[in-house]
Design a protein around this ligand. Structure first.
Ligand SMILES: [Zn+2]
Length: 309
């Protein structure tokens, strides 16, 4: 017990702050969440994070363990402890030295990284890609986010500005993307894109449809749902094949709400991805579903401390 390290993992989302006390073995001793509302001011978000840290430190003290550091997953581009920018959903979430604010307040090391990156790290350390050194993580939701773990470490490019996995082009003359580019994977293969395509093909109202509904219709064998799911997983396979050819990962981990639809969903993506990838690059690659669900963020944030402190 004495030699086990513990860390606080914080997962900052658009409306909630999730936080946990995590052991080096991935055991969660305490976890909770606090609402920040959708229009919270920067000061309020920072204050709520203080509260989250204090609650977790209280739990650590009750459990008789000491905390080695605080890991934070935040939306946006994060570099050297600072949120540089790119977190459009949070109030003035730019040029913000989170590491300094909280390390000074608690006299603990504070490490931060992008939210999708820490989820990917969580899966690589404690989840679906445990014991793998080279992992591609994709989260399929309203958009497509992702992370690259290369040689056991998060890889983010120079100044950690890269790994926007949803924004590789799969159709150079394709539809406009939210990022300002055109024909991006996200514009074709996010859950939102799947819903839009299904609405168009089935003639149903987009507001009445969600990913779960399309999965249900797919399993019933409805033609429009089958076509859309095949197309959706085929788009994902194209994008993933490019990542396999570039990084030769041991595992490609698929997360996000729709990844929990069932093994059939992962199997369809796998068939497509391995069908398009170069066989020599994919020789050691498997495509699997994420296993940590909504705990990936806190576990991954805590592993920033275990891996780097
Ligand atoms: Zn894009």
């Amino acid at each position: 017990m004495e030699n086990t390290k513990y860390a606080i993992g914080i997962d900052l989302g658009g409306t909630f702050i999730k936080f946990a006390l995590v052991s080096e073995a991935g055991e969660i001793l305490f976890s909770s969440k606090l609402s920040i509302g959708s229009s919270a001011k920067r000061e309020d978000i920072l204050e709520t994070m203080h509260k989250a840290i204090q609650l977790t430190l209280e739990s650590a003290s009750k459990n008789g363990v000491s905390v080695s550091g605080i890991g934070i997953g935040s939306p946006g581009v994060c570099c050297d402890g600072i949120v540089v920018g790119g977190a459009d959903n949070l109030d003035r979430w730019a040029d913000l030295n989170l590491s300094k604010i909280y390390s000074e307040a608690y006299n603990l090391p504070v490490l931060i990284d992008n939210d999708a990156n820490v989820m990917g790290l969580g899966e690589a350390v404690f989840g679906a890609a445990q014991d793998c050194t080279d992992v591609i993580f994709l989260t399929v939701g309203t958009g497509i986010g992702g992370a690259i773990v290369a040689d056991g470490k998060l890889y983010g490019g120079y100044k950690n500005r890269g790994t926007e996995m949803g924004h590789v082009t799969i159709d150079h003359k394709g539809i406009d993307c939210n990022c300002g580019g055109r024909g991006c994977l996200e514009a074709y293969a996010s859950t939102n894109a799947l819903i839009a395509q299904y609405a168009q093909r089935s003639g149903k109202n987009e507001d009445d449809i969600n990913g779960h509904y399309i999965v249900e219709k797919f399993l019933e064998g409805e033609a429009a749902a089958v076509e859309c799911m095949q197309e959706h997983t085929d788009y994902l396979g194209h994008g993933i094949a490019g990542f396999i050819n570039t990084f030769a990962p041991q595992k490609v981990v698929i997360g996000g709400g729709i990844s929990e639809a069932g093994q059939f969903y992962i199997d369809m993506i796998k068939k497509s991805a391995l069908g398009y990838a170069m066989p020599d690059c994919a020789a050691n690659t498997d495509v699997v579903g994420a296993t940590l669900g909504n705990q990936a963020g806190c576990l991954g944030a805590a592993s920033l401390i275990f891996r780097n402190c």
